[in-house]
Design a protein around this ligand. Structure first.
Ligand code: NAP
Length: 262
């Protein structure tokens, strides 16, 4: 495997918008045939596919709920039927809920754990089964969060799920290390997408707060996350079980709040 993904097939879960759509587009630009997974936004997923095809790439939209084992198995099977292999699996789909821990409804807790943690396990397991059966193995990249490494108020299920994703990543990396299947995680900081817009108002911080707290003084971009996944998915780096923090320096900085920063 190399920097280009020519002749390889990739699945990106939750690729109808946000970080996932950027990852799908980037992998397609680098030559991969890409399955653009979505749960409910078919129109948006088809728009991502159209954009990739307009740029000369290959992609198809596939509906699957990542928390449903049968859906995900069928998506992997459809990928292998269509493209002959599954070389890159990006478990990106995610959601969150906000609320004080003492008030969180157990159904909301379970919904976040189901999608953000169990969904990643289901994706890894389905992809792993296929990759372990292939002579060239494959690469799995799980999109975690810096909130999987630090506590963050109002997000108990999300932080717990993302912490689980990080140690699941290390565990699978160790289990599959001799089989040419790498498993790595990306831990983004604040990236401007629907999820940040949706949570920002009710979470009580502003764009200025993020700028003041982040050493790089800005949000990360979807393209920057896609670039990171492009690296982690390469499989020719001797890197497995790694958690790549792409957070503008946030988790490296224990104390920073620039009151006077514009
Ligand atoms: P987003 O804009 O809200 O997009 C979420 C994507 O996930 C959508 O394509 C959505 O598809 C899909 N999805 C949700 N539940 C699904 C399910 N059960 N099955 C299949 N697809 C499902 O989110 P984002 O900001 O791009 O975040 C992407 C990932 O990065 C998430 O894992 C998130 O936790 C992580 N992350 C984001 C940030 C950030 O600042 N944005 C920071 C750290 C980590 P539908 O539209 O069809 O529902």
């Amino acid at each position: 495997m190399s920097d280009t993904f020519e002749g390889e097939a990739a699945i990106v879960t939750g690729a109808s918008r946000g970080i996932g759509s950027g990852i799908a587009t980037e992998l397609a630009e680098r030559g991969a045939s890409v399955v653009v997974n979505y749960r409910s936004s078919e129109d948006r997923a088809e728009a991502v596919v159209d954009e990739i095809r307009d740029d000369g790439g290959e992609a198809v939209a596939v509906q699957a709920d990542v928390s449903d084992e049968d859906d995900v198995a069928a998506m992997v099977e459809a990928t292998v039927d269509r493209y002959g292999s599954l070389d890159v699996m990006v478990n990106n789909a995610g959601m969150t809920t906000l609320g004080p821990a003492e008030e969180i409804d157990l159904d909301d807790w379970r919904r976040v754990i189901d999608v953000d943690l169990t969904g990643v396990f289901i994706g890894c397991q389905a992809a792993g089964r296929q990759m372990l059966s292939q002579p060239d193995g494959g690469s799995i990249v799980n999109v975690a969060s810096m909130m999987g490494e630090m506590g963050f108020h109002m997000r108990a299920p999300y932080c717990a799920a993302k912490a689980g994703v990080i140690n699941l990543t290390r565990t699978l990396a160790v289990e599959w290390a001799t089989e040419d299947v790498t498993v790595n995680a990306l831990a983004p900081g604040f990236i401007k997408t629907d999820i940040t817009d949706q949570t920002q108002g009710s979470a009580g911080y502003t764009d200025d707060d993020i700028r003041r707290r982040t050493p790089m003084a800005r949000y990360g971009t979807v393209q920057e996350m896609a670039n990171c996944v492009g690296f982690l998915a390469r499989g020719d780096t001797y890197v497995t079980g790694e958690v790549l923090r792409a957070d503008g320096g946030w988790t490296s900085d224990a104390w920073r709040y620039h009151e006077n920063r514009a």
